[in-house]
Design a binder for this molecule. Structure first.
Ligand code: C2E
Ligand code: CA
Ligand code: CA
Ligand code: CA
Length: 279
């Protein structure tokens, strides 16, 4: 059941009210989790297709609930978006990711770009670019080592303000990427309109490129299209060597996926860096 806002409560049947109540409970718990630092970031490497080197990482939020156990982001992120806690959550995620990245750079690892997922409503907040600037100042992370991932659909809302904020962020030196590319409504016109650096091809296309010729054609076309616009392409959800082979042949720039590494704790990610970089 989808809850579009608190005012819709009356329209739900008793059974749906039950799950509505669950959502309200969960909302309270998410607020507590944020206050108590019960959330954690996991990191997944972004890898250069040709060289096999780690060129960056994506931070993904994890919530390990005392009683309920692991609650996936696909459950609590939409909740955070509907209840408005997302602004606090995003700020926490960005700050945490910047601090972590600074700490790796200080340890002597090669500086890498850290990517953070943001929501549509983040881009629509008037002070968003300023908040990011402040976090960069406070943590000491150079803007060039931060990237924000925005889903295709979220940039379509309130477009003029979004573009202004995106321009401000780019002027500061922050990179932007379009996430889940191909799953949205108008995949093409914003390629020239929006100031973006990377396109991330959604896993639903990448997963079957070796078995479905239709998907192979789509991915191939997306890579060429992105390159025409001077954008780098990241393929998501690479689980098998055959898919990496395909991406190599099609000149895809970067990939992420279980084949190289699942998202993992900061400690494990650091071990990965130690194994792959010589300090
Ligand atoms: P996303 O941004 O598209 O992130 C990629 C998702 O695919 C992650 O799921 C990641 O764990 C998963 N993944 C990576 N490689 C593979 C693979 O090879 N195979 C498969 N099957 N999956 C793979 P996760 O961490 O559960 O996150 C789900 C979604 O939740 C994310 O999708 C993102 O939209 C959202 N999300 C996660 N953390 C945050 C956050 O801090 N803020 C916001 N706004 N959204 C977040
Ligand atoms: Ca993402
Ligand atoms: Ca994605
Ligand atoms: Ca996704």
């Amino acid at each position: 059941c989808k809850v579009n806002g608190r005012n819709n409560k009356l329209f739900y049947s008793p059974k749906m009210n039950q799950s509505y109540n669950d959502l309200i409970l969960l909302e309270g718990e998410l607020r507590k989790a944020l206050a108590n630092n019960d959330l954690a970031l996991y990191y997944q490497p972004k890898v250069d297709v040709k060289s096999g080197q780690i060129i960056g990482m994506e931070a993904l939020t994890r919530w390990f609930h005392n009683e309920k156990g692991f609650i996936p982001p696909t459950r609590f992120i939409p909740l955070a978006e509907e209840t408005g806690i997302i602004s606090q959550l995003s700020e926490w995620v960005i700050r945490e990711a910047c601090e972590q990245n600074v700490s790796w750079i200080k340890k002597g690892f090669k500086p890498l770009q850290i990517a953070v997922n943001i929501s549509a409503s983040d881009l629509q907040r008037v002070n968003f670019a300023r908040t990011i600037n402040q976090i960069l100042q406070e943590t000491g992370l150079p803007a060039a080592y931060l990237e924000l991932e925005i889903t295709e659909n979220s940039v379509m809302q309130n477009t003029e303000d979004c573009i202004q904020t995106m321009n401000d962020l780019r002027e500061m030196g922050v990179s932007l990427s379009i996430d889940d590319f191909g799953t949205g409504y108008s995949s093409f016109w914003y390629l020239r309109k929006f100031p973006i650096n990377h396109l991330k091809i959604d896993q639903s296309f990448v997963r079957d490129v070796t078995t479905e010729s239709g998907n192979a054609k789509i991915v191939k076309a997306m890579i060429q299209l992105a390159h025409t616009f001077g954008l780098k392409v990241v393929a998501e959800g690479v689980e098998e060597p055959e898919i990496l082979q395909f991406l190599t042949e099609e000149n895809c720039d970067y990939y992420q996926g279980y084949y190289f590494s699942r998202p993992t704790t900061s400690d494990n990610f650091e071990k990965l860096l130690e194994m792959t970089q010589t300090i």
